[in-house]
Design a protein around this ligand. Sequence first.
Ligand code: F6P
Length: 362
Amino acid sequence: IKKIAITTGGGDAPGLNAVIRAVTLAATKRGWECLGIRSGFDGVLHPEDFPEGGTFPLTPDVVRGISHTGGTILGTTNRGNPFSYEILQPDGSVDKEDISPRLTESFKRHKIDALVAIGGDGSMGIANQVAKLGITVVGVPKTIDNDLEGTVATFGFDTAVSYATDAIGRLHATAASHRRVMIVEMMGRHAGWIALEAGLAGSADIILIPEIPFDLRKVAEKVKERNSRRRPFSIVAVAEGAMPIGGTEMYHDAGGVKKLGGIGEYVAEGLRPLVENEVRTVVLGHLLRGGSPTSRDRLLSFRFGAAAVRALAEGKRSVMVALDPPTVSYVPLEECTRRTKLVPLDCDTLATARDLGTCFGD
Ligand code: F6P
C-alpha cells in the first residue's frame, strides 16, 4: 500500500475528526500517503463541484488539533451513494443513477490503493458494494444511535448519551419546581439505546423505547403514583422511534400524514387529559450530534482509526473494525449491514432500570 483515502458518510457524529486524525497518523507512520475525500464520495465523483479540490492530502499538520472538535473536516452527505446517485432534475424531481464506474476510474486516477470508509449502516452497505468493485475497503462504525450490528459500540454514542443525561439532569430541577411532567425526546432512529442509557443514567422515571411498545395509561399511572408519593413531577425519556401499543393511529391521520411533530408531542398530547400535572416537551434533536466528543469517544475513535490502518497493513479486506472488549476485532462488512442492532430485551441495563423502578409503559 502506498496511498489510502478516507471518506465519511451519513450524518456526522462526535469523534469523526478523531478517527480521521488516527488514520492519518497511523498511515503516515507506515510511509503511506493519505487522501481525504470531501462530502462522502462527491469529492471524487464530482470534483468540479469543489473549487478547493474534491480531495486533499491529509498530513499530520492538517489533522493537528482536530480530535476534540465535532463535525468532520471532510464534510459528509447522504446524497452521494455512487450506486444510486441522486441527480436533481430541472423540474425539481430526483433521478437515481448508478455512477459507480466513475468511482473506480477516479480511484485509479488518484492511485488510491485502499479506502477507509467511516459511517453507519447505510455507509457500511455502500462500502460493501465498493469492495465488490475490487477496491480494498475497511469500514469504521460511526453513529450516535449505536444501532450497528457486529460491534459492541459505535463512536459518537457515548457523547450523545452524556449530553442527553446532562439534559435530563437539568430538567429534574425545573420539573420539580413546577410539578410538571417533562418529556424529553431524543434521537436513536429505530433503536432505543440513547434513551435507555441516558434515561437510566439521568434517573428518568419513565423510559419509552421502540423495543418496548408502550401504553399511555401505564405512563399516566406511573405519573399519578409519583404524585401520590409527594413526588409531583416526572421525567419521561422517549426515543424518537418509540411506538404506542397498537401503532400510530393517533400519531398519523388516515392518509399517513403526521398530525403531530414527533413522538414526544404525541406522548404529551396523550398524557394531558390523563394527569393533573402540566406537561412540557423538549426535543434534543441534533444537539446530540454536535459538540466535542467525550474522552471515551475520542479513545474509541483513535482505537478504531488505528485498527483500520493495521487491518490494511495486515492485508484484511471488506471488514469493519468492531469493539470487542477488551480489544477490537474485525467483522465482514456483509454481516454488519444485515439488520439494525436493537436493545436486547434480556439485557441487564433494562433489568437494572426495572429494578430501580423505571416504568417502560408496558
Ligand atoms: O443516525 C443518526 C441520526 O442522528 C438519527 O438519530 C436521526 O434519526 C437521524 O440521524 C437524523 O437525520 P438528519 O440529520 O437527516 O435529520
